[in-house]
Design a protein. Structure first.
Length: 279
């Protein structure tokens, strides 16, 4: 299937489109990447070169696809990091065009804003995500901190995250997947991913690795979307995405950037399958 992916990009390493295009390709999908920023590397290296892509330039690229009638042939839209708040309106317009041409098309919004209490986007971005992108999205994949920003709440564990996710479902999405859950109802050696639909919820539990990984959320969102486009039901798609991401993280070890290529076999054939447990 065809996926328009609008998010960040780096020349060196794997975050944003540099973490999403390859997994989607491996899962059998064409990807049309548009980069919201173009950096030499992830800023976590201590420095970088490059710039935020002006929203007008992103809009021009989308217009070029529109002129080719490519938006009419898109099966999915994936959005992630927005370097400029006004890019939200460009993404929203693309989502509307794609849905108008193909009502069955899927929009996955990865609301990249921050983690562990720290915001790393411009302060106007959360409001634009809430107002323009989340209501249009079919799937939203926040971490716990981002879920709080989207719902004006402070979830801390599975129970409170589930309540917040159900509130988010009332704003338009049909599936909310909360990543990186730890807390009182998750063992210290584990990390949970919460899957919430209007009807029910599940969790996928995997071993917790003792560090944070840049690009893990971007890679996970792509793995999830790829599995959904291949026909997996939400709990199975999330379980498979977690199962593919885990060996990539393990192979990364203490390195700065994801071992996405070295662990590429896990994208299609994860060695261990973590199960989705009904809650």
């Amino acid at each position: 299937m065809n996926v328009l992916s609008i998010q960040s990009a780096v020349a060196y390493g794997h975050v944003g489109n540099a973490a999403a295009v390859f997994p989607l390709n491996c899962l059998g999908h064409e990807v049309w990447p548009i980069d919201t920023v173009r950096f030499s590397n992830h800023p976590g290296h201590g420095g970088f070169r490059g710039a935020v892509t002006p929203p007008a330039e992103i809009a021009a690229l989308v217009d070029g696809l529109r002129a080719l009638d490519a938006l009419g042939r898109a099966d999915a839209l994936l959005s992630g990091y927005l370097g400029d708040p006004d890019t939200a309106s460009v993404v929203a317009a693309a989502a509307d065009d794609i849905k108008r041409a193909n009502p069955a098309a899927c929009y996955l919004c990865d609301p990249v804003m921050g983690d562990a209490g720290r915001l790393f986007v411009k302060p106007e971005v959360p409001a634009r995500l809430r107002a323009e992108l989340v209501p249009r999205a079919d799937i939203v994949t926040p971490n716990l901190f981002e879920l709080g920003l989207l719902t004006d709440s402070a979830p801390t564990d599975l129970a409170s995250a589930g309540a917040a996710a159900r509130g988010l479902l009332r704003r338009g999405p049909r599936l909310v997947v909360v990543t990186g859950l730890t807390g009182a109802d998750t063992p210290a050696a584990a990390i949970d991913t919460l899957v919430v639909t209007v009807e029910r919820s599940w969790r996928v539990r995997a071993p917790r690795l003792a560090r944070r990984f840049d690009g893990a959320g971007d890679c996970f969102a792509a793995l999830l979307l790829g599995r959904l486009l291949n026909g997996d039901a939400p709990p199975r798609a999330v379980a498979r995405a977690v199962s593919s991401l885990q060996p990539i993280l393990e192979a990364t070890g203490e390195a700065r950037d994801l071992a996405l290529i070295a662990a590429r076999a896990a994208i299609t054939k994860p060695p261990t399958i973590y199960k989705a447990e009904r809650l």
